[in-house]
Design a protein around this ligand. Structure first.
Ligand SMILES: *Cc1c(COP(=O)(O)O)cnc(C)c1O
Length: 401
């Protein structure tokens, strides 16, 4: 059943012409070490059994699928279902790859895990994993993001992580990546750098996809058990693309299942107002791999905007660029307003407050359901919206439904 996943990417990490690893020479031996470790551990019964046990007893997996009965009835078209990653421990899908990355670090004999974080979601998930394994955790974060995302900084500190403020340049995510990588080079003998999505140099896009594929494997079985069929349409929001690849992994070999990636269209289609990388981007290199990119007039990664901070990345996972190129996945978008409307609608209709990121997938379902009577839509509810309620209600009130 998993023929696509077994044959893609190539051994060098290429998804068609995208992906690969363009590394500064000091990092080459360390990435070779990670590559070799994952190659071996992905076939190790002990590793896979420990990961299975962590998922069940610590993360609370499997997460359920919910039938969105009120929303489906109101819209009067397709039946809508949601895979509930908001019920995964820490409230989003990110812990799926963070626990596995930390377990990999443990098997590699490392005592420390480290990363950069933008809005703080990846930092919190990684700090959670570090606490579980009794490892040190170092998170680099731009000073501007530290001010904006104070609750996540508090969480990371409570979980025992060291938060390193990054004060140069734009003092945001891009500088945090540079700072974290620099610090990693000096500590790579005892530390593992843990990337937060299906991005970065090989083997991370493949490894993070493999770690997230549990979402799709569970969803396929659960959906079939609930309905006796497979979904007609499967959709997920795409920032870097990890929650989408996780869900798609369960259905990618099923040609009758249509797959949709939903990008953030922000406030307009003008460069700088959105983060719809595949919709408007071109081929390019970022952070050590080849993919599609939003570029400014100098060919540098462009500034991006979306109401969902977890989606604001000018690149995208190389596998998504490839699946766009082959046509297996259709990439579409939802703007800030549609995502906010979906945020309010899901809260009122179903009693589920979604993350603003996940609300983009909900917005897609709201738009498509009326056009698809008799069909079913399965969307990935990648996370819960508790983190967003202050911002949403202070800025937009309580919706006008
Ligand atoms: C980080 C995040 C995303 C975006 O990341 P992907 O790698 O594109 O999945 C989506 N939803 C939630 C809830 C997130 O925290």
């Amino acid at each position: 059943m998993t023929s696509y996943l077994k044959t893609t990417p190539t051994r060098d990490g290429f998804f068609g012409e995208y992906g690969g690893a363009m590394l500064p020479p000091p990092l080459e031996p360390h990435f070779a070490e990670i590559n070799k470790a994952w190659d071996q551990l992905s076939k190790s019964a002990a590793f896979l059994e420990e990961l299975r046990s962590i998922r069940k007893h610590f993360q609370g997996r499997p997460t359920p699928i919910s039938y969105l009965h009120n929303m489906s009835r109101h819209l009067g078209g397709a039946q809508i279902y949601a895979k509930r990653e908001d019920l995964n421990h820490t409230g989003a899908h990110k812990l799926n790859h963070c626990m596995a990355e930390a377990l990999l670090a443990k098997y590699m004999g490392k005592t420390k895990i480290m990363a950069e974080t933008g809005a703080g979601q990846h930092g919190v998930a990684l700090a959670t994993a570090a606490a579980y394994f009794g490892m040190e955790c170092e998170i680099h974060m731009g000073e501007i993001d530290i001010e904006k995302e104070a609750p996540n900084v508090t969480r990371m500190k409570l979980l025992g992580a060291t938060v390193v403020p990054v004060g140069f340049g734009g003092r945001s995510l891009k500088e945090a990546v540079d700072s974290a990588f620099q610090s990693y080079v000096a500590q790579a003998d005892h530390a593992l750098f843990c990337i937060g999505s299906v991005v970065g140099p090989h083997p991370f896009p493949k490894m993070v996809r493999d770690f997230q594929s549990i979402v799709g494997i569970e969803a396929r079985e659960q959906f079939h058990e609930m309905t006796g069929q497979l979904p007609d349409i499967v959709a997920a929001c795409v920032g870097g693309g990890s929650n989408a690849m996780g869900l798609f992994a369960g259905f990618i070999d099923e040609e009758d299942v249509a797959l949709y990636g939903v990008e953030p269209m922000g406030t307009s289609s003008n460069l700088g107002d959105h983060a719809a990388t595949i919709t408007f981007g071109e081929d390019g290199d970022i952070h050590g791999f080849r993919t599609m990119l939003l570029k400014d007039e100098n060919g540098e990664p462009a500034p991006v905007h979306t109401v969902a901070s977890g989606l604001d990345y000018p690149g995208v996972g190389p596998e998504h660029a490839h699946l766009h190129r082959t046509g297996r996945v259709t990439y579409t978008s939802a703007n800030d307003k549609e995502a906010l409307d979906a945020f309010f609608a899901l809260s009122r209709d179903e009693g589920i407050i979604p993350a603003l990121e996940s609300a983009h997938a909900v917005a897609f379902a709201i738009r498509e359901a009326p056009k698809n009577p008799g069909k079913s839509i399965l969307l990935n509810l990648s996370g819960r919206g508790d983190k967003d309620i202050d911002y949403v209600t202070e800025t937009f009130g309580f919706g006008d439904a």
